[in-house]
Structures are given as structure tokens and as C-alpha cells.
Design a protein around this ligand. Structure first.
Ligand code: IDC
Length: 465
């Protein structure tokens, strides 16, 4: 039930052709715009704006449009520099979409607020030339437009391709939100034997995992002891994930000391190297600091704004996950909350914020933070455990289930700690499993492994149109 409305009845349905008929000395101009409200809630909404250049190639552009209602405001945008003056909104092209060849499009978007009604903007113009356009209806609740796509076939990476952040979600190559569900390694300095071919085959085929998070500790006998060796091990695991169609989250597993700036130089060296080496791959996501702790959000943000440009210089289009204060609790474990991030976000596009939880330790207060924050920040649960924050103790089935139901509802991706046979409650396999080659048989899973596998292995139903 997608209704398309012409935004502009006049203005020549094909503005580009009109302009093409102009004097030859003048550059041909024209554009079309699709404006889509992808979600809407009380007082807020998220919109996608796809602008297509119908004229001659441009090497810089500005898209202007008018908000029809005085209460409509752009709160935070992406894939462009956004500004608003009164009802006039301006979005300017950024490094990766500044050049638009004829027929090429840029996908932008923003989170907005409104007080009265929320009509679609009007008078879209690219470099001053009016665009034709269309607007799709805001979704209603319950959805009136259930997905009718046949189930996609192929591996997670084959179906979804290069990912990007769209509003508060992770989107696939069809610009549709996806939830990735998968597993984290334990420290690769200790549990390398758990990531051989048989183990990763089981993860992809049997667990149907969408991702492998590669936990590369920096201290505790990790990266700092052998930078080249660990960089090589991470790259080898990226390749193994790619060969099996899984995404690879490269986790710079800082933990103690908690200030990521302690490892700033190491992070720059490491990410410059892995980003250059893996730039052409579609399956790589970078996680720049596992769990900052005992450190302010300002210090974390400063670290992120130094490391992200190093990654972007080599691999401009990859998604980056930024750890948050209080062991990636969005500040909650330090007596704060998500508002410090909302008020002072990292100055970079295509990023998500990490949220970690351990189900037996982190319950309702943390869940309500995530429910609230998910409307404002792109979140990724790059690590969680079904047990206590020590990594051990009993599985808390009720809390784990409440968490995973919440993440499913919010379409927030996750990775479980750990795909290993460590002798602790969070490990998915029984001790000794990684000494053998059987990762699929009955009896290799722990209680945590069985619970998490039952959640991860259900069909993904990734949208493809
Ligand atoms: C734990 C491991 C444990 C190891 C310890 C110290 O499970 O075997 O001895 O680290 O390195 C985290 C961290 C993660 C922790 C995990 C459980 O990201 O490194 O792993 N945890 O304590 N944050 C919250 C919990």
C-alpha cells in the first residue's frame, strides 16, 4: 500500500529534459527527489531523501527544500551537512557524495521533530534548480505495508552487501534496516584454537550467524605484545568470515586501562593497516574501543574523532562502532545515560554507538535506557552475555530473553560473548570442545550456547527491496 504522490504537479515532470533543450553553452541541470518518512512517533520522525542528478555531472551540490509547518525541525542528519533557517532547510554534499554523475543519486536522511502536523517538504531544488519528486506515506502502526518479498537466498553478506547507517538503523544495500545476529570470539590471544575452519563452518551453517566479532585484546598479552602478528591474525579471521558470507566486526578490545586514549597511537597504527588491507571488502565493520571505563564521554569522543578519520582515509564507506562510557553502557554504569551522547555526538557520519549488557547484572534500568536511546542513536550491541558481568555464573534465562526480544523489536544487531570453550558460564561450548573438530554435535553446547544458538539460527528475512 505504498502511495506515491507527485510533489510538484508543475515544473515539467522531467526537468532535466527541459533544461537539456536549453542553450548548449549552459550546463544541463535537473533532479528528482524521493522523500520517505521511514518512521514516525509522537513529536518525531525519521526521513530519507534520495536525490538524483538528472543533469550534467556536478562536483558539488546543495539541496534546498521548505518545511511546510513552522514546528518541523531537522534534529540530526546524515550523509550531508544540514542546516535550517526558519522553514528553509539546506543539505550540502559531503566527501563521499559530492560528485554526482548524470543519473547518480545521493541518499541522505535526518531525524526531525514536529509540533503540529508533519507534511512532506516542498520546493526541492538542487543547486537552485527545482526537482520533480515523490513522497511516500509515513508508516502507520500496525504496519499496513507488510513485507511481501520472497525470502532472500544467499549468505548474509551476499544478500545485504555493503552496510551503512540510515537514521538510527543499520541498512543494507537496498537501504532497508537489518538486524545482524551473531557471535563474538573470546580473546584471540587465548582461544585461537576455537576459530579454525570447522568451528567457523558451524558458526555460518549451523548457527546461521550473520557475523563474527573478532575480539582483539590490546593489553593482557594481546596486540601490544606483537602488533604485526595480531594484525595478521585479525585479517585472517576477516577472510574466513568473508569466505562464509559473514560480516566481521574488528573489535579493538580495550578494557584495562579504561581510557581509550591510552591506546590512541596503537589504535591509529592498527586501524590504518586493517582499513587499508580490507577497504574493498563489503563485510567489515570497525569497532574502535570495546569498553571505555572510568573516563568521560568527552575523552571518548575525542578519541573517536581521531581514530575515525584514519579509518575513513583508507576505507571511506565502512560502518564504525564507537564504545560508550561505563563499559559501553551509554554511561548508565557510571551514573549517567545516553543524553550526554545525544547532546554531544561524535562528529562523523556512518557510525553507531556500542551498548553492552550482561543479562544477570543489567536489567530493567538498562533496558529502558536502550528503549529510549534507540529512537535517537544508532545502537549496536557488539557484546552481551547471558550471565553476570564477570563472564561467569548462571544463565539468566528470563533477563536474556527479555533483552533479545527487545533487540529484535528494535532491530538492533548483536554479538554474544563468547563463541569459545572457556571455562565460564558465558562460553557457548563446553570446556575441551575446541581441542576437537565437532562443533555441531549434541553435547558440545553449554546452557548459554544452546539458548543463544536457538535465537541466532532462526531465519533472518532480510528485506531485498
Ligand atoms: C572476560 C572473559 C574472561 C577474562 C576477562 C579478562 O570472559 O575470561 O578473564 O575478560 O580479560 C566485558 C569485556 C570482556 C570480558 C567480559 C566478561 O568486554 O573482555 O571478558 N565482559 O567479564 N565487559 C563486560 C563483561
Amino acid at each position: 500500500m505504498k502511495r506515491l504522490l507527485a510533489l510538484l504537479a508543475t515544473g515539467a515532470s522531467v526537468v532535466g529534459l527541459t533544461a537539456l533543450a536549453g542553450p548548449p553553452a549552459q550546463a544541463a541541470t535537473g533532479c528528482s527527489v524521493e522523500y520517505t518518512v521511514t518512521s514516525q512517533w509522537s513529536g518525531g520522525f525519521q526521513a530519507g531523501v534520495k536525490v538524483t542528478n538528472l543533469g550534467d555531472p556536478v562536483s558539488g551540490w546543495t539541496l534546498g527544500f521548505t518545511m511546510p509547518d513552522a514546528g518541523q525541525k531537522v534534529v540530526q542528519g546524515w550523509n550531508a551537512t544540514w542546516s535550517q533557517s526558519g522553514s528553509a532547510v539546506t543539505a550540502g554534499g559531503v566527501d563521499w557524495n559530492r560528485t554526482l554523475s548524470t543519473g547518480a543519486s545521493a541518499d541522505l536522511g535526518f531525524v526531525g521533530s514536529f509540533t503540529g502536523s508533519n507534511p512532506a517538504p516542498t520546493s526541492f531544488a538542487l543547486n537552485g534548480v527545482t526537482c520533480t519528486g515523490s513522497v511516500t506515506d509515513p508508516p502507520t502502526d500496525p504496519p499496513t505495508d507488510p513485507p511481501t518479498d520472497p525470502p532472500a537466498t544467499g549468505t548474509p553478506v551476499a544478500v545485504n552487501g555493503q552496510l551503512h547507517v540510515c537514521g538510527v538503523h543499520l541498512c543494507n544495500q537496498y537501504d532497508r534496516p537489518v538486524q545482524l545476529r551473531g557471535m563474538s570470539t573470546h580473546g584471540i590471544q587465548w582461544f585461537g584454537q576455537c576459530y579454525g575452519d570447522e568451528a567457523l563452518d558451524a558458526l555460518a551453517d549451523d548457527w546461521k550467524s550473520d557475523l563474527l566479532r573478532i575480539a582483539m585484546y590490546v593489553q593482557e598479552d594481546g596486540y601490544e605484545t606483537d602488533p604485526e602478528g595480531f594484525t595478521g591474525r585479525v585479517n585472517a579471521l576477516v577472510d574466513k568470515a568473508e569466505a562464509r558470507g559473514m560480516y566481521a566486526v574488528i573489535d579493538f578490545h580495550t578494557l584495562t586501562p579504561g581510557d581509550p586514549n591510552y591506546n590512541l597511537d596503537r589504535a591509529k597504527t592498527f586501524f590504518a593497516s586493517v582499513a587499508a588491507r580490507n577497504a574493498d571488502k563489503k563485510n567489515v565493520i570497525y569497532e574502535i574501543a570495546n569498553e571505555p571505563n572510568g573516563v568521560s564521554w568527552a575523552a571518548i569522543k575525542d578519541y573517536a574523532e581521531q581514530v575515525i578519520p584514519v579509518i575513513r582515509a583508507a576505507d571511506p564507506d565502512a560502518v564504525v562502532i564507537v564504545g560508550t562510557r561505563g563499559w559501553s553502557s551509554l554511561g548508565v554504569s557510571d551514573g549517567s545515560n545516553e543524553s550526554e551522547v545525544v547532546a554531544n555526538p561524535v562528529n562523523a557520519a556512518n557510525i553507531m554507538y556500542a551498548f553492552h549488557f550482561y543479562a544477570a547484572s543489567h536489567k530493567d534500568a538498562y533496558r529502558s535506557t536502550v528503549s529510549r536511546a534507540a529512537a535517537k542513536l544508532p545502537l549496536f550491541v557488539s557484546e552481551f552475555g547471558t550471565v553476570s558481568a564477570t563472564g561467569g555464573g548462571a544463565v539468566d534465562r528470563a533477563s536474556s530473553t527479555a533483552w533479545l526480544d527487545l533487540l529484535d523489536r528494535l532491530k538492533i544487531g548483536y554479538a554474544n560473548w563468547t563463541y569459545s570453550d572457556a571455562d565460564e558460564g558465558s562460553a557457548a561450548f563446553r570446556p575441551g570442545t575446541c581441542d576437537g573438530t565437532d562443533y555441531s554435535g549434541s553435547g558440545v553446547l553449554t546452557e548459554s550456547g544452546a539458548l543463544v544458538k536457538s535465537r541466532i539460527s532462526t531465519p533472518d528475512e532480510f528485506p531485498t527491496s
